[in-house]
Design a protein around this ligand. Structure first.
Ligand SMILES: *[C@@H]1O[C@H](CO)[C@@H](O)[C@H](O)[C@H]1NC(C)=O
Ligand SMILES: *[C@@H]1O[C@H](CO)[C@@H](O)[C@H](O)[C@H]1NC(C)=O
Ligand SMILES: *[C@@H]1O[C@H](CO)[C@@H](O)[C@H](O)[C@H]1NC(C)=O
Ligand SMILES: *[C@@H]1O[C@H](CO)[C@@H](O)[C@H](O)[C@H]1NC(C)=O
Ligand SMILES: *[C@@H]1O[C@H](CO)[C@@H](O)[C@H](O)[C@H]1NC(C)=O
Length: 808
């Protein structure tokens, strides 16, 4: 539907006017100017540029009017005016502002290819200007003043595929504008493609990604604080989002704290994803995107089912906040009103608070439809009250006593959920769904570990259930994966699939048959153990499950091959963030603190809470991986056992570790204990705070390494000087001090003076905990003449030899 109509009226206006070309770097055009060919407008601060462009790969030289980042080669186009109506005649198009306040694109024959929507206020022909601003908005000002009151049209009201900071996504009923973002058809064709992200009105505000007419992903309803389907989307000092819902308009919008940071949110048709990009170090870093895992697919588990990526099968019954567009929102009322509303309505299936801060008395949302699109998260909190028949609860209780133990636990948990959260009367809790079991599926995760993990639906369960679960887990079969599957998924261990080289062998990125992304660790031949021992070790590691440990999904044993298959971590390892000039900036204090705490919890679990005490022996920044929500996960735990432990093999005395993280007693004497892990943790804490490697850091003037330097500043009361200088003044200094103090305690010379991980966690989380005064740190071998690369050490009978460069 090309708007190919000659406009005589317009021509009248245009005829006779002398068109001036905008001077070299202007940011606006008025009646008397036009843009054509390679002329462009550049915003005052030089951030954005507007002009005609031809997407790469277009054969017939079609051109479009667009806005892109002025300083980024490419160009990265964020807005396209005539996405459906390119100028084709291989002659440049022209952009003009007409006297009646329309921006128009004309082709060589002066045919209007595109025209902006009618101006929303009367324009003063002589004064009106269209200005490209530094936020990327192209604004038509009715009187040229540029004031908010004079805006007659703006590109921000007509987004294409990109949402820039400050743009709104949603519905403005007053102005009659609906703003959605729709992917490009192909990278060389900006016309609307298959994917659209938009607000679906009704119930609570909730945004959906559509492919054609099919909902493929839902953000989860906004509960007053967050979009419940995207708990990782949190406002912080550098990123703030808001969801506004009032009678006049409902929208999502976001802003960036550091104004110099370029950030864009795109619906990407090639990937079928929503992506957030940040410009760092000469490249776009895509460090957040949805959907990523199968649970993000809309209504994946059907009515009353909920999806949990940590369990297998993925689908279980109840509890995420279900899609709320089909629910009714009740205004705030008296105590118990929501419950009352639900009980008196035969169709009511469930209710929840509409705004979590207000609780159920601050208005509620009531579902009289099947509960769809539920998902369990480990971070968000929202209670949903589900209506159940008393007889159902009784039946579930009875069934729980009869069934297979592993199912019993789930059902028992469910009953607890229902029992505690719940009501009575008619209705039902859930349709028990089981899916065909896959081999690797058998390592289902326990409902959740870690008492202080906050659950989206507080699943209240007691210790007894955990134990039952553990005993059910004991009998899991070893998830074996065929070598052929791994070869197919990694292109036969192709070089391009390789993502790292750890101390134990190379790591590849791959896919399993069902498309699940995995990291494949191919243990080096020298580590070979007998099949039985290897299986035993893998079983042991597979049983270690914690939010802050990378999950082992399975293994493969084939002749000489020993392969471990882990879940894939999208944001790679911590060292790629904290030691990277650009990406460091993404980790502000709050995030760093969460990462420190997460690592501490994972290590505590390995040391103290798992059934088998595991000493990691090689904790370092490159062994801490980050998932897409930047939750830290310790990797490579337990493998050291396979290389030595109690087995009588050639490698009995071999100990793995990395310079810079090894405690003195371990590096010198090969003595390792939980306390040597604690030492490595202490080093890691100081590295996270400073953004500098212990190994490689060297304070020229003072002749100090990182630990000594930290110690000196601590003694002089200048601890805050340690803080990575990319973090601005918004850090919580008392938290910083506590972390440094804990870090210094962990690196004490005497192992007995170092705290256990459980105390570390306590000292970190509690503002009132007493943290002992640290003593001088134990200093590791490897001084000022050592290089910056990390080297794995192999200690054989106390002889230190460097055996491998570890560059993961
Ligand atoms: C603009 O295009 C003309 C030819 O079409 C070319 O001669 C000129 O160098 C171009 N200017 C810039 C700044 O690219
Ligand atoms: C434009 O001006 C006309 C009369 O001059 C007036 O009737 C109309 O309401 C104005 N429109 C807007 C959008 O201000
Ligand atoms: C997106 O919004 C535009 C109006 O701005 C509308 O014409 C279009 O149909 C919308 N697309 C979808 C898929 O809803
Ligand atoms: C879509 O995603 C791919 C892969 O992440 C990326 O290369 C491409 O630039 C993205 N497209 C847009 C429009 O951002
Ligand atoms: C949620 O409730 C809190 C306190 O009751 C209130 O301050 C806030 O504005 C509410 N949020 C929304 C989106 O209604």
């Amino acid at each position: 539907m090309r708007a190919r109509r000659a406009c005589s009226l317009l021509l009248l206006v245009l005829v006779g006017a002398t068109f001036l070309v905008p001077s070299a770097s202007t940011d606006s055009i008025g009646q008397a100017a036009s843009i054509s060919g390679n002329q462009t407008l550049v915003s005052a601060g030089g951030v954005f540029q507007l002009g005609f462009f031809t997407p790469p790969g277009t054969a017939d030289g079609r051109s479009y009017l667009g806005i892109w980042y002025a300083k980024i080669p490419g160009p990265t186009v964020v807005w396209v005016a005539n996405r459906q109506n390119p100028v084709v005649n291989s002659s440049p198009g022209v952009l003009r502002l007409t006297a009646d306040g329309h921006l128009v694109i004309l082709d060589r024959q002066n045919v209007i290819m595109w025209s902006s929507a009618a101006p929303t206020r009367n324009v003063t022909a002589a004064a009106a200007t269209a200005q490209l601003r530094d936020d990327g908005n192209f604004v038509l000002s009715a009187d040229g003043s540029g004031s908010d009151q004079s805006v007659a049209w703006q590109s921000f009201d007509y987004p294409t595929d990109t949402l820039l900071p400050g743009m709104k996504l949603g519905v403005d009923t007053k102005a009659g504008i609906t703003r959605n973002i729709t992917s490009w058809n192909t990278p060389s064709d900006p016309s609307p493609g298959a994917y659209t992200f938009k607000l679906v009105p009704g119930g609570l505000p909730e945004f959906f990604l559509f492919r054609g007419d099919t909902m493929v992903y839902g953000s989860g309803p906004f509960n007053g604080q967050m979009l419940t389907g995207a708990p990782a989307l949190r406002s912080s000092e550098d990123f703030t989002f808001e969801v506004v819902s009032d009678p006049g308009e409902t929208y999502y919008s976001y802003s960036i704290g550091v104004s110099s940071l370029l950030s864009r949110f795109v619906v990407n048709g090639t990937e079928g994803q929503l992506q957030r990009f940040v410009w760092i170090n000469g490249g776009w870093s895509n460090f957040w995107y949805y959907p990523t895992d199968p649970c993000d697919s809309y209504a994946k588990c059907g009515a009353f089912g909920y999806c949990n990526t940590d369990s297998n099968p993925l689908c279980s019954c109840l509890p995420r906040v279900p899609a709320a567009v089909a629910a009714a929102v009740e205004p705030p009322g008296r105590d118990g009103r929501c419950r009352q509303v639900c009980l008196t309505d035969c169709g009511c299936r469930a209710y929840a608070a509409a705004n979590v801060s207000g609780g159920v008395n601050g208005g509620c949302v009531v579902w009289a439809v099947d509960l769809l699109d539920m998902r369990q998260f480990s971070t968000a909190v929202q209670d949903v009250y589900i209506r159940l028949a008393q007889s159902e609860i009784d039946a579930l209780n009875a069934a729980a006593n009869r069934r297979h133990p592993s199912k019993r636990v789930l059902i028992a948990v469910l009953v607890t959920v229902c029992g505690v959260l719940l009501l009575l009367a008619v209705g039902y809790c859930c349709i028990w769904r089981t899916r065909s079991k896959r081999r690797r599926s058998e390592m289902a995760a326990p409902a959740r570990s870690g008492a202080d993990d906050v659950l989206p639906f507080r699943v209240r369960k007691d210790q007894r259930l955990d134990e039952e679960w553990n005993s059910a887990q004991k009998d899991v079969d070893l998830p074996l994966i065929d070598l052929s599957v791994i070869l197919a998924g990694t292109d036969n261990f192709a070089a391009h699939a390789k993502i790292g080289e750890g101390g134990f062998g190379p790591v590849y990125r791959g896919k399993l048959e069902d498309g699940q992304e995995v990291a494949v660790k191919r243990l080096s031949q020298r580590s070979m153990q007998g099949v039985v021992e290897f299986k035993n070790e893998v079983k042991l590691i597979a049983k270690l499950q914690h939010r802050n440990l990378v999950r082992l999904l399975g293994c493969c044993i084939d002749e000489d091959e020993r392969i471990l298959v882990y879940e894939y971590m999208h944001n790679q390892s911590l060292d790629t963030f904290i030691f990277d000039e650009g990406k460091r900036r993404l980790l502000r204090w709050q995030k760093r603190f969460e990462i420190i705490l997460g690592i501490a919890r994972g290590l505590q679990y390995l040391h103290e809470d798992s059934r088998f005490r595991i000493i990691h022996r090689d904790l370092k920044a490159s062994n801490v991986l980050l998932d897409r929500n930047m939750v830290p996960k310790i990797s490579d735990f337990g493998i050291a056992r396979m290389f030595g432990g109690d087995q009588t093999t050639a490698y009995t005395a071999k100990v793995i570790g990395t310079y810079g993280y090894m405690s003195p007693e371990y590096a010198m004497d090969g003595v390792f204990s939980m306390k040597s892990d604690v030492y490595s943790f202490g080093v890691l804490v100081l590295e996270i705070i400073t953004g500098k490697r212990n190994r490689g850091f060297y304070e020229e003037e003072l002749d100090l390494n990182l630990l000594r330097y930290a110690w000196m500043l601590w003694k002089e009361g200048r601890t805050v000087d340690l803080l990575d200088d990319v973090m601005d003044g918004s850090s919580n200094y008392s938290e910083v001090l506590r972390c440094v103090q804990v870090g210094l305690l962990c690196v004490e010379v005497q192992p007995k003076n170092r705290p256990l991980m459980s105390s570390v966690v306590m000292m970190l989380v509690s503002e009132n905990a007493t943290v002992p005064e640290p003593n001088e740190p134990g200093v590791n071998i490897g001084g000022k003449n050592t290089s910056d690369t990390e080297s794995s050490l192999s200690l054989t009978a106390n002889n230190v030899t460097i055996t491998a460069i570890d560059a993961r």
